[in-house]
Design a protein. Structure first.
Length: 382
């Protein structure tokens, strides 16, 4: 090899190094050595903000120290993809939902398996605790949702009525009602004590992707593949508003903490902020080159974070719609499947493929200097 060829190769190496630095623009500051070997499906802070629970397609969930990224417990028992993992309101338990048709309750201190919830005949897509922590709600591909006793694992109620996969299920803030969304083009309101059907929310013309209550429990917002979101009266099931403006599938919607606004995420490459009372479009969050998969408010309602395919996630100012920060050490080749703020709103945890990261919600910077990771994945929950 002559000197000229060696110089060309050295120059190429330097060019690649400078390109990587220019692409990411900052040094990574937090590494969570997750050890997940497949995509991370969800990541959430504990109620006190000291821990994070991640769920993965590798059949496991993992518990982490939110301050330094130390692995605290490895929750192994599922035999298929873990679709969600959530803390109880007091932070003492964790519930996981899996495509193996079960949900499981774990001790959040030790990671020990406490209860195995069996009864669904299809994959369990989500599991969540009631606001008082006494019940667990599961949603399944078998077209049903079930309510369980969070202490004993006993089945309390079987919510039957949908004719398609249930895409989401949630308790009302007071725990007295449940809303489910389904690919049968409807959402339904149920009595959380008896399992009785209270209202059938009909009006969408395609799959209903999500349904959630307002913070005061008086309204429900649904999103659909029909490119609309609708708000409903949670008491009567009456349609309150039909919010039109997106030009493609709406993936998700979330109320602001004060219940006055809704943010929607759509495959039309935008997120939008709406006035709940009037249905007026307040702010159009443009600047995404690809479909927006999710959008969530910060606990104080002043910021929104959006996730998009193969693009840096963004933090936005709710009032003006101005972009505040790009989360630039994000892996740009995958979906940002899950985002959540810490309870104090100072941190954001997100997942992409088999990676998770924690960010400063004010600056968009990663929070702690990384150690012990290969160069290809510098800042991960992996």
């Amino acid at each position: 090899m002559d000197i000229e060829e060696k110089m060309r190769k050295v120059g190429l190496i330097f060019f690649l190094c400078f390109w990587l630095l220019a692409l990411f623009g900052q040094e990574p500051r937090l590494v969570l050595p997750i050890g997940h070997t497949e995509s991370v499906t969800s990541a959430y802070f504990s109620p006190d903000g000291k821990k994070i629970i991640t769920a993965s397609a590798d059949h496991t969930a993992k518990l982490w120290d939110a301050q330094n990224g130390t692995l605290l417990a490895d929750l192994k028992s599922h035999t298929d993809r873990v679709n969600s993992a959530a803390f109880s309101p007091d932070g003492k338990k964790i519930v996981t939902a899996s495509s193996d048709r079960t949900a499981k309750i774990w001790d959040a201190q030790t990671g020990a398996l406490m209860v195995n919830l069996k009864g669904h005949t299809g994959g369990v897509s989500s599991a969540t605790f009631s606001p008082d922590g006494k019940k667990i709600l599961t949603a399944s591909d078998d077209h049903t949702a079930k309510i369980w006793d969070a202490q004993t694992g006993a089945l309390l109620a079987h919510l039957k009525g949908h004719t398609g996969i249930i895409s989401s299920a949630a308790f009302s803030p007071d725990g007295r009602k449940i809303v489910t969304a389904s690919l049968d083009k409807t959402a339904k309101i149920w009595d959380a004590q008896t399992g009785a059907l209270l209202a059938d929310l009909k009006g969408h013309t395609n799959f209903v992707n999500s349904a959630s209550f307002s913070p005061d429990g008086k309204k429900i917002v649904t999103t659909s593949d029909d490119r609309t979101e609708k708000t409903w009266d949670a008491q009567t099931g009456a349609l309150l508003a039909d919010l039109k403006g997106h030009t493609d599938i709406i993936s998700s919607a979330a109320f602001s903490p004060d219940g006055k606004k809704i943010v929607t995420a759509s495959e039309d490459h935008s997120a939008k902020i709406w006035d709940v009372q009037t249905g007026a479009l307040l702010v159009d969050l443009k600047g995404n080159a690809n479909a927006v998969s999710s959008a969530v408010f910060s606990p104080d309602g002043k910021k929104i974070v959006t996730a998009s395919w193969a693009q840096f996630p963004k933090i936005w100012d709710v009032q003006t719609g101005a972009p505040l920060a790009d989360l630039k050490w994000y892996t740009v080749y995958g979906w940002g499947t899950a985002f959540s703020f810490s309870p104090d709103g100072k941190k954001i945890v997100n997942t992409s493929d088999n990676i998770g990261k924690i960010w400063d919600a004010q600056t968009g910077a990663l929070s702690v200097q990384p150690t012990g990771h290969r160069f290809a994945h510098p800042i991960f929950l992996q």
